[in-house]
Design a protein around this ligand. Sequence first.
Ligand code: ATP
Length: 460
Amino acid sequence: MTKNSPSKVTMEKMVSLCKRRGFIFQSSEIYGGLGSCWDYGPLGIELKRNIKEAWWRSMVRNRDDVVGLDSAILMAPQVWVASGHAQGFTDPLVECRKCHLRYRADTVQDDKCPSCGGELTEPRQFNLMFKTFMGPVEDSASLVYLRPETAQGIFVNFQNVQVALRKKLPFGIAQIGKSFRNEITPGNFVFRTREFEQMEMEFFVKPGTDQQWFSYWVEQRLNWYQELGIKPQNIRLRPHGRDELAHYASCCSDVEYLFPMGWSELEGIADRGDFDLAQHAKHSGKSLEYFDEESGEHYIPHVIEPSAGVDRSALAFLLDSYDEEADKDGTRVVLRLHPALAPIKVAVLPLSRKEELAKVAREVHADLRNCFMTQYDDTQSIGRRYRRQDEVGTPFCVTVDFQSLEDHQATIRERDSMAQIRVPLAKLKQTLVTKLGGETFGTQQLWSSTAKDAGQTTSA
Ligand code: ATP
């Protein structure tokens, strides 16, 4: 077993850690839970925010050719007719004639209900979109859907954004937001849920340049996960076979992660051609053509779409960073999260609760919290506090001890190596900024590449 291999962690262990340490709780737990909905606790929300922030930084902020958008979850119902979701976003379902449980047709063998052995119906198409009603009257005229993807909000705003920002091809529009799918077989913790968050970008290109941009985005997206710490042996690309492609897509590759249940999709990157814009032009009656000043042509741009899930990414980063190692008290559990993703960057730990120590520690904390997401912890022994921070992936602990009162220095302890260095209080903040950015700690090279701006102002 290699160090940090995914086999060290089962999904059960991860679910338990997430609950115990405040990452993820089951939704409505005190009422017995609600099927496949999850609530992100204080640490989970920081992790999710950091993932979204890292995506936004790489997709929008650090680029000249991509801009952002936040479109509404509720959209005109015609959008879903034009996109094909109203007719085609379906799974074939079978129902047990006895206990009435429903299953996705491709998940049952031998025509018997897996629960009670009853006879199953013929498969029927089931639409995965959640319905609700807009306004006071619940009739078919007021029917609206909760969006099953964020992408359509981008397509219907293509022209608004292009004109307002005077964007020239190629350019992209990125969006992060909630999506809803009434999945038939949700499960595997937050891997497949009915309410989830997506990070999607539609990159509009001149027809004929699709292949070059498709290859570019596949490489960019795979690198993004690896730069944030996913081990190369746990991530791969899987190009779709001809028979798997949606009718409008000319090529598609999934980024897959080796989850405990096996290789599964983390993100899909597709060349969607002009399908979406052409459909919206047809159904809305509005021209969505682009005027190419260079060539003097009018055409509908083609689209390359990298579409990722925040929740699946969070799960992959948690699983991949999980490690256990033997120590004198048994087992040390540590999340070796990239510092840009770690929910807490720095924990401040006074060695004792004595007032003279606590005063200095609180001053240190007040100074650091302006700069990083921090936590102040003065409960239980210092050893247990270190272990707690290791288990939630905190890269650095700052310990204030009695000697600090005399020499005005504190100890910085690094999570992965457990190495400690002594630093003047006046230099703590700068030292931590540098170290969170990937400088060597003792003899060890800490994080590289994208860690550069990790330690700055990701705090809430
Ligand atoms: P799958 O085949 O696993 O159902 P999909 O191909 O339908 O996924 P897309 O429509 O391509 O997924 O959505 C893009 C991304 O959104 C997925 O790669 C995934 O990360 C995320 N996603 C989609 N459905 C869910 C879900 N039910 N729960 C959590 N994340 C999801």
